[in-house]
Structures are given as C-alpha cells and as structure tokens.
Write a protein that binds this ligand. Structure first.
Ligand SMILES: [Fe+2]
Length: 486
C-alpha cells in the first residue's frame, strides 16, 4: 500500500476544513440548480435523499477519521453527489450514449421527457450536414411511483471505421460527435467499474477525457441509483459528454438489480431499459450477458452476468461455452477479454468470496479458451493478479484485474488481507480511485496501465505488457513500471 501521499493526515483541523469544503460543495450541487429532475416532486425527493446521504456520509467518515491513528495514511472519504439538472425543453434529447452493434453499426440511446418525441437520428460526416437518418423506437418503464421519460434507441449505419460522425437526436437539441472504433489494431479500451455519480466520479471522467480512447468497457455498477430512479437520469446526464462520443459497452453489477419487497419484484428494470447492449447479435437471449468483436475481429470481448444463472447447464453457461469454443478462432482473433462484476480473485476484505461460485462454475471454460484478461469491479480498489488457473499461477491462464475504483458514493475498500491465500498471486493492489487502459498494440502485444485520480494528470501508476495467449510462444508478462510493491 502506498503511504506516499501527504494529504489527509488525521488532524482535527484538516478534518474540519475537509468537511466544511465537502458540505459547501454538496450544497452548491443541490441548491445552486434550478431543477434536477424536471419536476418539483422529483427535485424534492432527490434533494432530501442527497441531504440524507450527506449527513450519513459525514457521520461515517468522521468516525473513520477520528479513529485513525495519527501517523497512518487515511484515504480520501467519499465525496458528495454531483447532480446534473435538466433545464431544457421536454423534447430536448438528454442522457445520450452510444454502443456498437455488430461490426459497422452504432446504437444511439437517449431520453426525452416528452414521450411523443420522435426516435430519429440524423447523421453525417460533416458538421450540421446530415446525409443519412435512422428511426428506432422508444420504451418507458414504471418503478413504484416513478415513470421514466421516453427512452429512445436508434441504430445508425453502416458506418466507416475510425471515422468521426456528427449526429442529432429527435429533431431537436444539440449536435453530438462520435468516432467509430478502428477496423484493425491498435485499439485503446478504457476500463472502469463501480462508477457512481460523485465528485470522484467527475474526477475519473475528467482523467479519462484527458487522453484519447476508442471504447469504454464497464464491468458493472453504473449509477448507484439504488431504487431512486431520478438518479439514473442524473447519471445519464453526467456521463453524456464521454458516453455520447465513444461507445460505452457495459455489463451489470449488483447495484443494477433494484428489486424491492412487495413493490418491485423484477430485477434490472431500469438497467435493461436504459442500457441496451447488442446481445442478440452474439446469440445471447439476455441483455445481461453478451459478446462482441472489435478491431476487425482481432479482439473478442465477453460481458458476463454475475447475478444471473451461471452454473453448468444454465443458459448463460451454455451460451458462454458456445461463444468461446464455436465463435472464436484464435488464429483470427488473437485477443479475448472478459468482463464480469464480482471478482473471482480478490484479496480485499470487501466482498470476500462473492465471486467464488461463479469461478468454480466457469473458470475452466475461460482457461481452455485461453482468455487473456478478466476484468471485474465490485471491490472499490485496484488489484492486479498474475496469470492464474484454479488458485495457482499458470502462464496459460488469464490475468485477473479488479478495477472497481470509479468513484462511487460508498468510498474505497481500503483493507487488503496480507495473509490471504491468493496474496502470493496478487502483484499490485491499491485503494485509490482511478481508471485503466488496455492498449492492444498488435496481434501479440498489449499494454495495460492504471491511472490514479489522486494525481493531477492521468499518471501511470501501474503498467504491464502482455503477450497474447494465442501466441505460439509461452505467454510473457513484462512489468514496465509500478508503484509500491507489496
Ligand atoms: Fe458491486
């Protein structure tokens, strides 16, 4: 664990100043806006909730700070919610995000408060000059007393690879810009989990935006709305600048389940309506697990569901077996990347063992398919393991990386277990907010970097080179630079 940062020593004066600043920022977020949800009732609920959370977080973090030993490094506490209001006309598109569909199409998703607004996208390769259009459809959902706006999905294409397109949704509102992924390597994938919508989230998003990338992969826990549906809308507005310009490919975490006793039995209602992924194209019957190719088929990405059936014989298991063995030809696809929410390997005290049943059920499939990397979230810290199969270092197994450090309201998972049975497999671990980047350079080499938010710029804190497991030579892992070792 790093002890190098000078910030936030356990000092009563600095604690007081910190909370004063946090309180002021929180109140600015809530009180300085005209509207958050577009309705007075919705704004009242959100404001009350935010105030409640603020008080709760203050209490918890105060206790942590007061109990901390004087010379111990204390990690930054959770930061206040960042609520993004919508103060435009009801037909004005908001919460715009994009996701790839097949090899040359893009799904454009957005929300309008006006449920009669058209589900049309106009687009072209020149600013304000739209040469094509596509019409999709919209859906709505109810959740207890909440009724969503119209959630539109329209698929545009065929599109050229590596090309900038300008587009406008619903015959109204702003023009957006997107860039399609390249048709061959190299490709740069940002990976971030457990994002939430706090000031730390905003910090992560600003670090991501500071450097270019082709696509964002998110292994679950998006908005942390946790049944308060207006927070899904606010989250959509917060991520829009990034999510409207590069494809966001996501899978679900436990915070997407949102069941409530008596009033809401169906899981994933908001998530499935708002974050529709291209599952049909990979033969999946569920939005909760799917796969897709990028870089002209040189990279295969598999999104698994930690909270749907995964046992041998389950629909997801049968689909995964078919996907890895029948759809992936490693002579044509040198890189296979898997994302899921609850980590299979984890030395953090948080969520110990929660991914174990899924690991026991599915690890063999990934190992036999020579999957290169498995990313997970759930634990709010960064941890990188060596290549593993069945709790042993194995040069033919995937590298496991936990990247659940996006910045959500629950704060960091700061306690790692030093004598954990997997500790000898854990190469680097640190409880700081940040994001990762997998740059797949060519058919044999890729570089993974982890960037910590504590640093003003997107500094590389951990860096490792990987060799594709499809390579005929034994897989090599070269650590170029890393921070404090264990
Ligand atoms: Fe989670």
């Amino acid at each position: 664990m790093s002890t190098s940062s000078p910030c936030l020593r356990d000092d009563t004066r600095s604690v007081g100043l910190l909370f004063a600043a946090a309180n002021a920022a929180c109140l600015r977020c809530i009180d300085g806006r005209r509207s958050v949800t577009g309705t007075a009732c919705g704004d009242f609920v959100v404001a009350a909730m935010a105030h409640s959370w603020r008080v709760l977080l203050q209490g918890i973090t105060s206790l942590v700070f007061l109990c901390a030993h004087a010379d111990e490094y204390v990690r930054p506490p959770p930061s206040p919610l960042v609520l993004v209001p919508h103060d435009k006309p009801a037909a004005h598109p908001q919460q715009v995000h994009i996701s790839i569909v097949g090899t040359n199409h893009m799904r454009i998703s957005w929300v309008t408060d006006d449920r009669s607004a058209p589900s049309v996208v106009h687009y072209g390769t020149s600013r304000s000059n739209y040469t094509s259009s596509a019409t999709g459809s919209h859906t709505t959902y109810r959740y207890f007393l909440y009724k969503s706006g119209a959630i539109h999905h329209a698929t545009i294409g065929p599109l050229s690879p590596g090309t900038v397109y300008y587009y406008r949704c619903g015959d109204a509102g702003d023009e957006f810009t997107l860039r399609t992924p390249p048709s061959s390597l190299p490709i740069e994938l940002v990976v971030i989990g457990d994002l939430g919508q706090t000031e730390w989230t905003a910090s992560t998003l600003s670090h991501i935006a500071a450097a270019d990338h082709d696509m964002l992969l998110l292994p679950g826990d998006l908005s942390y709305a946790d049944t308060w549906q207006p927070l899904w809308d606010s989250f959509g507005r917060l991520v829009q600048p990034t999510a409207s310009s590069r494809p966001w490919m996501v899978t679900e975490g436990n915070h997407e389940i949102e069941t409530l006793p008596i009033v809401e039995f169906a899981p994933f209602v908001a998530y499935n309506a708002r974050w529709r992924m291209p599952y049909e194209e990979s033969g999946s019957a569920s939005n909760l697990y799917y796969s897709f190719d990028v870089a002209g088929g040189e990279v295969h990405v598999v999104m698994l569901g930690s909270y749907v059936g995964f046992e041998e014989g389950s629909e997801q298991y049968v689909w995964l077996e078919k996907d890895l063995l029948a759809r992936v030809d490693r002579r044509r696809t040198p890189w296979v990347v898997v994302l899921l929410h609850a980590p299979w390997y984890n030395t953090n005290q948080a969520h110990q063992g929660e991914g174990e049943k899924m690991r026991v059920a599915m690890e063999r499939l990934l190992y036999e398919a020579r999957v290169d990397v498995v990313f997970s979230g759930h634990v709010h810290a960064y941890e990188r393991f060596t290549r593993i199969y069945d709790n042993e270092a194995d040069s033919r197994g995937p590298m496991y990386i936990t990247i659940g450090d996006g910045g959500n309201r629950e704060g960091l998972a700061s306690k790692f277990i030093k004598d954990h049975k997997s500790a000898h497999l854990s190469v680097f671990r640190e409880a700081s907010f940040g994001h990762g980047r997998l740059r797949i350079v060519n058919e044999t080499s890729a570089v993974w970097t982890w960037h910590r938010n504590d640093d003003e710029h997107a500094t590389v804190r951990d860096e490792v080179w990987l060799e594709s497991l499809a390579s005929p030579k034994p897989a090599m892992v070269t650590v170029v630079r890393r921070g404090d070792e264990l």
